[in-house]
Design a protein. Structure first.
Length: 313
């Protein structure tokens, strides 16, 4: 009887412990909870209810083809607000005439599954016809910070970026929006736009997520062959050279650029478009390294694939 009594008490304790564990685990999110909306009218109707419930909305703008870098942005968005919206829209106005709009990877089914697993609340995936009104003639053009770096080689690109982000902010009205640090100039342009137009949106810049070999994650990495992926490690290696020079006390940006350029071009496969030391907020060129205020930004081609990166100095 003593043994059976102990066993009974043991079972009661185990059951209590098990119930405690079960009730402590947040309920699994059902994929059916995530909305997928394509029209602006349906989007506004859905988000009006969210705001009426007192929830803060955070937006993660994307062009789809989601990877671990995007999932990191989603994770940050979920930490910043109560309700997460991911836009999936390949924006035609930010592609130049000789760029890869038609070839840009479109993987909506996989993107939807990834968003569901990441507990996104709503995907906004409009068509071009839905999002750009017929005979639209309005643009948002941010000056100065768009002229150098990528802007010097992609005329009209940042006009397309700032316009589409302004449109997303207008139809979604988020409290905050999360962008990836890899696209540094884009981040600076959007912050400038929000500041200048008094948009009530907090712009959050999340750090670059990288491959195990140091290469910044990008949707365009899928264009690279295994051999090219290996060659692309010259990009983070060049960035490291620049950082190490600054850590050793070098303050001359020209010498830093030369050293990074030399490392980047050890393999003739990489064709450098630009490699510049600039101020991290204004993107203007500097005459002396100011610790914590400067970055090395670069763009290069590997085959037909254009890759960009940047690091703090």
């Amino acid at each position: 009887m003593k043994f059976r009594g102990c066993k009974g008490r043991y079972l009661v304790l185990m059951r209590t412990f098990f119930m405690f564990i079960v009730t402590s685990i947040p309920p699994a999110r059902s994929p059916l909870c995530m909305q997928v909306i394509q029209t602006i009218s349906d989007l506004r109707q859905a988000l009006d209810k969210v705001r009426a419930a007192g929830k803060k909305i955070c937006l993660v703008p994307t062009m789809g083809c989601l990877h671990a870098g995007h999932l990191s942005l989603i994770k940050r968005a979920r930490a910043e607000a109560d309700y997460t919206v991911v836009s999936i829209f390949v924006n035609p106005t930010q592609f130049g005439p000789n760029e890869d709009f038609s070839k840009y990877p479109r993987t909506f089914e996989a993107d939807r599954d990834a968003c569901s697993k990441a507990s996104v609340d709503l995907i906004f995936a409009p068509t071009v016809e839905e999002f750009y009104p017929k005979n639209a003639n309005t643009w948002v053009d941010v000056e100065k910070v768009t002229t150098g770096l990528c802007g010097a080689f992609r005329p009209g690109h940042f006009r397309g970026v700032s316009t589409v982000v302004a449109m997303l902010f207008n139809v979604i009205q988020p409290t905050c929006a999360v962008f990836g640090r890899k696209d540094l100039q884009q981040c600076v342009v959007i912050k400038q736009m929000v500041h200048d137009l008094h948009m009530p949106v907090k712009v959050i810049i999340d750090e670059t997520v990288r491959e195990p070999n140091g290469l910044a994650l990008s949707s365009r990495n899928r264009y690279l062959t295994p051999e090219e992926l290996q060659k692309a490690t010259a990009i983070p290696a060049a960035c490291k050279v620049a950082q190490e020079l600054v850590q050793k006390g070098e303050t001359n940006p020209i010498l830093i650029e030369k050293a990074a350029f030399k490392r980047l071009t050890l393999d003739a496969s990489l064709r450098v478009q630009y490699l510049k030391v600039v101020h991290r907020e204004t993107l203007s060129e500097v005459t002396k390294i100011l610790p914590g205020e400067c970055v090395l930004a670069l763009a290069c081609y590997l085959g037909n694939t254009r890759l960009i990166d940047n690091v703090d100095l």
